[in-house]
Design a protein around this ligand. Structure first.
Ligand SMILES: Nc1ncnc2c1ncn2[C@@H]1O[C@H](COP(=O)(O)OP(=O)(O)OP(=O)(O)O)[C@@H](O)[C@H]1O
Ligand SMILES: [Mg+2]
Length: 237
């Protein structure tokens, strides 16, 4: 069997006296969507921050196709963060131009950028400044600018929050297409019904540890009921 695209082993992270990640291990394969689910404070955003290089772990290893994730991980991992912070003085389109230049994208990215904006229902807002966007529009702008880079690993931290129903559907469709193209996708969410519909697998994180995980069918088999029932049972305080 081929090795998983991304292997994360024994990640640990403390902030002063608070332990954010105790011992987090999981794998992520090319062509799958995995849901990282866990209560508030479980460590999801910390894990994503470490994976994309925004923070250093205190311990643990992260490998992509067998090689440690290093300083060049920007070509491998991209993150759509929890808070949609955009550049106030750049327009929507300029965010995509910026991403294309930053990532050194090959000629022809403009057509893909246009398509992404259309799929996120943002074409008519392409000339609007970041400072004048609504929260959902900021989120859609970041989604389009991040996905444009087409990194093989894509992390999304609660990406559906703030998106209108059309935007949520557009993003789901984009993610399914990326999965079909072989992208390894992990997203955190508190919307467990949506996770059931979209994810191939979930990893349940509680107090900085992966306490359960498996395919949606395997999670259902763990208890009688929905993913939400199983989740609440497992993470009960
Ligand atoms: N910069 C920080 N300084 C101190 N503690 C932090 C910091 N960032 C996170 N923490 C703590 O680390 C733990 C994990 O936080 P994290 O943001 O990773 O949780 P989360 O699973 O993303 O939660 P949520 O569902 O609310 O987004 C929490 O106890 C939090 O208080
Ligand atoms: Mg978070």
């Amino acid at each position: 069997m081929s090795q998983p695209a991304l292997v994360v082993e024994h990640l640990a992270k403390r902030f002063d006296r608070k332990t954010a990640l105790e011992d987090l291990s999981f794998t992520l394969d090319a062509g799958e969507i995995v849901g990282l689910i866990g209560p508030n404070g479980a460590g999801k955003s910390t894990a994503f921050g470490i994976l994309c290089g925004l923070m250093r772990p205190d311990a643990g290893a992260m490998r992509y196709r067998g090689a440690p994730l290093g300083r060049d991980r920007g070509r491998i991992v991209s993150l759509i963060p929890e808070t949609p912070d955009v550049y106030p003085l750049l327009t929507v389109w300029e965010h995509l131009v910026f991403a294309a230049h930053l990532c050194g994208l090959a000629d022809g990215w403009e057509a893909r950028a246009q398509t992404l904006l259309a799929r996120m229902d943002m074409l008519e807002h392409r000339a609007v400044l970041g400072s004048e966007l609504s929260k959902g529009m900021r989120q859609k702008t970041l989604v389009a600018a991040t996905i444009l880079a087409e990194t093989p690993v894509l992390l999304l931290d609660e990406p559906m929050i703030g998106l209108d129903p059309l935007g949520q559907r557009g993003l789901r469709d984009v993610l399914r297409d990326l999965r079909a193209g072989g992208t390894a996708i992990m997203l955190s969410t508190h919307q467990l019904e949506a996770a059931e519909a979209l994810c191939d697998r979930v990893v349940i994180l509680n107090k900085g540890r992966a306490v359960a995980g498996g395919t949606i069918e395997e999670m259902h088999a763990l208890g009688a009921g929905t993913l939400e029932d199983v989740f609440l049972e497992i993470t009960r305080p």
